[in-house]
Design a protein around this ligand. Structure first.
Ligand code: ATP
Ligand code: MG
Ligand code: FE
Length: 336
């Protein structure tokens, strides 16, 4: 089965071609970062317009790289939420036109589910059940994935997402957008124990997260130095902040695996690209006899290959959409 997948939920215009769900024949990503950078974040209206300009070119590129013609495509997978509604609609409308024109199934995909499925591409033998830590720009979830398409939400952030915290602290440090990769890099040069930022675990046994207190603590620290006209130790702040985030993520993910009696923890989403998080989970996980898995970096951040993989399994389950498919900006994991 050949799947053509389209992803336009935020600021990446992406298309991919997959064979039987797990074999990536092409994975084309056109990032709008350079455009949004000067605004310090994604401007929704600008994102939609850029998607419109790029989408057909990116799809053609994906087909060419895969050596596949549109006539050979068996189904079309598309992200229908969560995300920016105007951005989502560009991908959805394009997918509908192709599905209608070629008379092939249109398969709706939840973007967060897509992030999780990136692991099925990276690890051809991986099968549920497992615990998944989803850490992206807009979401922080601890999920028990029982089976394909079946999720139990163990916990989620009460306020900021992990990626959002990285981006906000990077902005306060004057590093630019997106902040995660920049903090990740600076952190390797700093002392992670230099500043004692809070680690928020919430109630005993809770799998929820909260990052707004940490964010305030870092901002207060930066302000107090500015007032005293002391120069900011940027590397140490990056390292100490990152340490605080990844400590909490790691501890809770390991506890969740124990609670659910599984030996496998999978990480997904943009923050899964974080070197510190990958290393800490590997290290602590192996001490606990756990198998820690994460996708290669290009599959962690937004891409269409992960959407194609999820589409394949949705399709096998008969989960296809009509031409009335709409964008759902706040779609939840497990919603149909
Ligand atoms: P969502 O998937 O929740 O809808 P999104 O699609 O915008 O949000 P992703 O593309 O999954 O988010 O991830 C982008 C986020 O990942 C950004 O917040 C970015 O700063 C963060 N990120 C990317 N690379 C790293 C890294 N190496 N370290 C930490 N954070 C990172
Ligand atoms: Mg993005
Ligand atoms: Fe994403």
């Amino acid at each position: 089965i050949i799947t053509l997948a389209i992803e336009t939920s935020c600021d990446e215009t992406a298309a991919a071609v997959l064979k039987n769900g797990r074999e990536v024949l092409s994975n084309i990503i056109s990032s709008q970062i350079e455009i949004h950078k000067k605004f310090g974040g994604v401007v929704p209206e600008v994102a939609s317009r850029k998607h419109i300009e790029n989408i057909n070119i990116i799809i053609q590129d994906a087909l060419d790289k895969a050596g596949v013609t549109l006539d050979e495509v068996d189904n079309i997978g598309v992200t229908y939420g969560p995300g920016l509604v105007g951005a989502l609609l560009v991908g959805i409308s394009t997918a509908k036109a192709l599905a209608f024109g070629k008379d092939i199934p249109l398969v709706p995909v939840n973007h967060i589910e897509g992030h999780i499925y990136a692991n099925f591409i990276e690890f051809p033998e991986l099968e549920p059940p497992f615990v998944c830590l989803v850490v992206s720009g807009g979401h922080t979830h601890l999920v028990y994935m029982k089976d394909y398409g079946e999720y139990e939400l163990l916990g989620r952030t009460k306020d900021d997402a992990a990626g959002e915290a990285f981006d906000k602290i990077a902005r306060a440090l004057g590093l630019g957008y997106p902040g995660g990769p920049l903090i990740d890099k600076l952190a390797t040069k700093g002392d992670k124990n230099a500043i004692d930022f809070p680690r928020v675990y919430l109630e005993e046994g809770s799998f929820d997260f909260s990052f707004s207190g940490l964010k305030s603590a870092v901002l207060n620290y930066l302000n107090s130095l500015k007032q005293k006209e002391i120069s900011i130790p940027v590397e140490d702040v990056a390292a100490s902040f990152q340490q605080s985030v990844i400590e909490v993520l790691t501890q809770k993910a390991i506890k969740a695996a124990k609670r659910m009696k599984t030996n496998t923890i999978v990480i997904a989403g943009g923050v899964a690209a974080n070197e510190g998080l990958r290393n800490m989970l590997k290290e602590r996980g192996s001490e606990e006899g756990l198998d820690i898995k994460f996708p290669s970096r290009i599959l962690c951040t937004d891409n269409a290959a992960m959407i194609g993989c999820a589409a394949y399994y949705n399709y096998l389950k008969g989960n296809v959409a009509g031409l009335d498919l709409n964008g759902v900006p706040n779609l939840k994991l497990g919603d149909k």
